[in-house]
Design a protein around this ligand. Structure first.
Ligand SMILES: Nc1ncnc2c1ncn2[C@@H]1O[C@H](COP(=O)(O)OP(=O)(O)O)[C@@H](O)[C@H]1O
Ligand SMILES: [Mg+2]
Length: 295
């Protein structure tokens, strides 16, 4: 059997709604009832449109789902469920792994579990979540996410970029900080791969900004080199062939410039891990820190 988890938007509303309905209907009757049961296709479509979600399929059949609900630096996992017929195939664990892999920059993953369902809380605890609050009938459980990585080489940098690309949504602005040669463009190559956009990502130094259109009906990538940009206001004047609200904008050297562009952004800093050491010349690891900032 082939298990696959993918990030989905509004167009997956019918599948996600069907999965959530089947999963929650199979649970014991609770008082008050689980509000997931009052979701409609259109309420799910609205949530998916704003924040996205995940859909798990087993041999092509939708079997598991969740909705993302960002709250500052906390990413809530909502409407998490697996249909009864697909229990025991690792679908729920695969959804958790995919959630971790597509929320880079958030500090926490969080879920609400019903206190009457201890098996549910036990599942989350096995996956690294801990109870942080009890507000009957709910328990809030959280898992702290990694926020920095040591990256051995350029391929590792692209792999991290790919995860970062999968963690971004239309309208996100990613600010890259690090000295010349730190790996900002290399990371952006991975972001482009994670987003599924056209064209090789190269240093945009001589063009200021380059648009890479999406090949997967997702957001375009706008790759900006702010080094020579007088101010980010000039970005509007460039008359790019895409709107920044519908694209993911990655700005090299953007710190101090892009803050005016958005009240929520991803700040990425790259530094040499062995700056002061006489390291092996072949090995030049970097430390990458990722942080989501909301005003
Ligand atoms: N651990 C590493 N991570 C990223 N790049 C690395 C690493 N080790 C060596 N490199 C090399 O460093 C260079 C980084 O260049 P680039 O991404 O253009 O930097 P920037 O855009 O920050 O100026 C590339 O030639 C890459 O192959
Ligand atoms: Mg560069």
């Amino acid at each position: 059997m082939t298990l696959h988890v993918r990030r989905v938007g509004a167009d997956a509303a019918a599948d996600v709604h069907a999965v959530v309905g089947a999963a929650f209907a199979a649970r014991p009757v609770l008082d008050p009832p689980a509000d997931a049961l009052s979701e409609t296709v259109s309420s799910v479509r609205a949530d998916l449109g704003s924040h996205g979600g995940l859909l798990a399929t087993l041999d092509g059949q939708p079997v598991g789902a969740l909705l993302f609900g960002p709250r500052g630096d906390v990413m809530m996992l909502r409407r998490f469920g697996v249909v009864p017929a697909a229990q025991g195939h690792g679908v729920a664990s695969a959804l958790v792994d995919a959630a971790v892999g597509s929320t880079l920059g958030y500090r926490w993953l969080a879920v609400l579990a019903r206190e009457e369902l201890p098996a549910t809380s036990a599942f989350w605890q096995r996956h690294g979540f801990q109870v942080v609050e009890a507000a009957s009938p709910y328990l809030e459980l959280r898992r702290e996410l990694e926020s920095s990585w040591e990256i051995a080489d350029a391929d590792g940098m692209r792999a991290l970029g790919e995860r970062l690309g999968r963690s971004t949504r239309a309208g996100d602005v990613v600010v890259l900080t690090g000295e010349l040669g730190a790996g900002k463009t290399t990371l952006t190559q991975g972001i482009g791969r994670g987003l599924g956009v056209r064209g090789d990502v190269t240093s945009p130094t001589f063009v200021i900004a380059r648009v890479h259109p999406s090949l997967v009906a997702g957001p375009d990538l706008v790759h900006v080199d702010a080094y020579r940009l007088g101010g980010i206001a000039e970005l509007d004047d460039l008359d790019l062939d895409t709107s920044l609200e519908e694209a993911v904008t990655v700005v090299e050297w953007g710190a101090g410039l892009v803050e005016a562009l958005t009240d929520h952004r991803l700040e990425v800093t790259i530094s040499r891990a062995m700056a002061d050491a006489l390291g092996d010349q072949e090995l030049d690891p970097r430390v990458v820190r990722v942080r989501r900032v909301s005003a």
